[in-house]
Design a protein around this ligand. Structure first.
Ligand SMILES: [Zn+2]
Length: 136
């Protein structure tokens, strides 16, 4: 029996491309977070925090009173979203529209890596929201 290999390969390729986009985004956000931290602490401590961040350990940052946490919170949240997206990617549920279950286009995911709806569903939702506003 012949297995439908071509389809599987295509899925794997898409997965690999999406993974690369997410990892690049992760690096970008991490670099921004480190730059932000660098404004507050220097030397040995900075090194310590940076190493911890690479491991995804934010407890060092949370404990460090010198760091302006508010500014870092958005970076932290974005990183959490990326990690979640990477987890979903491994599960095979990333990039799937939560409304209609179809694949979200890669172009869309490159711009909005955390998109959970395809363009059609997003537009439909926006139209619905507009209609609801008009009713009131
Ligand atoms: Zn959809």
């Amino acid at each position: 029996m012949k297995r439908p290999k071509a389809k599987k390969d295509k899925e794997e390729e898409r997965k690999e491309r999406l993974r690369r986009v997410l990892i690049a985004k992760r690096k970008e956000v991490l670099a921004e977070a480190k730059e932000e931290i660098g404004k507050f602490i220097r030397g040995e401590n900075k090194q310590l925090v940076e190493t911890a961040l690479d491991d995804g350990d934010w407890s060092v940052v949370d404990l460090n009173e010198d760091i302006n946490l508010q500014k870092l919170t958005s970076h932290k949240q974005t990183l959490a979203k990326i990690d979640e997206a990477l987890r979903k990617l491994e599960e095979g549920t990333y990039g799937i529209c939560e409304d209609c279950g179809s694949e979200i286009s890669e172009e869309r995911l490159k711009v909005i890596p955390f998109a959970i709806y395809c363009v059609e569903c997003m537009e439909r939702r926006e139209q619905l929201e507009e209609l609801e506003k008009e009713e009131f």
